[in-house]
Design a protein around this ligand. Structure first.
Ligand code: APR
Length: 318
């Protein structure tokens, strides 16, 4: 049986890590596309030459021709500029929507049956654009944001409490921007509410709330924190790992419940917009959007985030 095929569009920082993860986990034969001549060929040759050491048999190749993504089962898109210190993700919309238009046309023509995972920013707008141009059904076009935002939230909780990251469950909803909604009420360590553990640690509800608020704010600003430290470019390890978790869930039909930027059809009171919500990811792509009850505060935060997404998407005049 043929191996699955994965196409990575945009051969920069994130893409290099994506390709390495695809190879190390033997997810499938991987093709890396970029408009820069020779660079994707060079990057993948370097990676492929590590195969005897790492012991992977999947192929990893580079290209400047969309024809080579033909037959891809999954396409992951990172094409586009990353932000510089001081920029918001939304500042990238002008230049990246032109790039996303070209990329989406390439995918539509050469990989019409693929599942598409977008990473390029501003995420919520770029996914919307890709779905409009490809015309693919919404269960096949999704954005990676929530897995990463949730991972950041979980990491901060684990570090604060001195517990394994493996035992922390944390989730963010909403857009991939400053208005994202880290869900405090559902954050737990192996089912034990994080707020309860913070209260035990500090012996005070007020202090526990203060510490939690700081972690929530750090989560919302976490991408910018990395951008500022790097000085040139934006996060690449964690976005790549997050998108690979989504791709693996689809390729291996894992039915994972992950926060995904998905096109909503009335769920959470949102109609016709891409917003981060928990979904079941399996062989059918987004197999189900999981709707659950938010309390009044959470719903207000969600509404605020959705309003920001609507404004951003509206600015593209699609
Ligand atoms: N088609 C394909 N690739 C393109 C195009 C295009 N039209 N235009 C630019 N690229 C490529 C660039 O040549 C570059 O190799 O996209 C790649 C982007 O790589 P980096 O600049 O290293 O950016 P990266 O850190 O990988 O982030 C990519 O993901 O998280 C988001 O905000 C981030 O939008 C940015 C994207």
């Amino acid at each position: 049986m043929a191996r699955p095929k994965i196409a990575l569009i945009g051969g920069g920082q994130i893409c290099g890590v994506l390709a390495q993860l695809c190879a190390l986990r033997e997810l499938g034969d991987t093709v890396l596309f970029d408009i820069v001549e020779n660079m994707p060929q060079g990057k993948t040759l370097d990676l492929a030459e590590a195969s005897p050491v790492d012991g992977f048999d999947v192929s990893v190749t580079g290209t400047n021709d969309y024809k080579d993504i033909a037959g891809a089962n999954i396409v992951i898109v990172t094409a586009g500029l990353p932000r510089k210190p001081g920029m918001s993700r939304d500042d990238l919309i002008g230049v990246n929507s032109k790039i996303m238009t070209q990329v989406s046309e390439g995918i539509k023509q050469y990989a019409p049956d693929s599942f598409v995972i977008i990473i390029s920013n501003p995420l919520d707008a770029m996914v919307t654009l890709c779905q409009k141009i490809t015309g693919f059904p919404p269960e096949r076009v999704m954005g990676q944001a929530g897995v990463l935002d949730s991972a950041r939230f979980a990491a901060f909780i684990a570090w604060e409490l001195g517990v394994s990251v493996k035992d922390v469950t944390a989730m963010t909803l909403g857009g991939h921007g400053d208005t994202m909604v880290p869900l405090v009420r559902y954050a737990s360590v192996n089912g034990i509410p994080v707020m309860e553990l913070l209260e035990q640690k500090y012996g005070s509800t007020a202090k526990a709330e203060e510490v939690m608020t700081a972690m929530v704010e750090r989560t919302k600003a976490a991408g910018g924190e990395v951008v500022k430290l790097l000085g040139n470019g934006s996060a690449f390890y964690s976005p790549a790992s997050s998108a690979i978790a989504m791709a693996e869930a689809i390729l291996r039909d894992q039915k994972r419940v992950l926060p995904v930027c998905a096109l909503l059809d009335g769920e959470f009171g949102v109609d016709g917009f891409y917003v981060g919500v928990p979904c079941i990811l399996g062989a059918g792509g987004i197999e189900k959007i999981i709707e659950f009850k938010l309390d009044a505060t959470e719903q207000a935060l969600m509404d605020n985030s959705v309003a920001a997404v609507k404004e951003l998407v509206g600015s593209m005049n699609l």
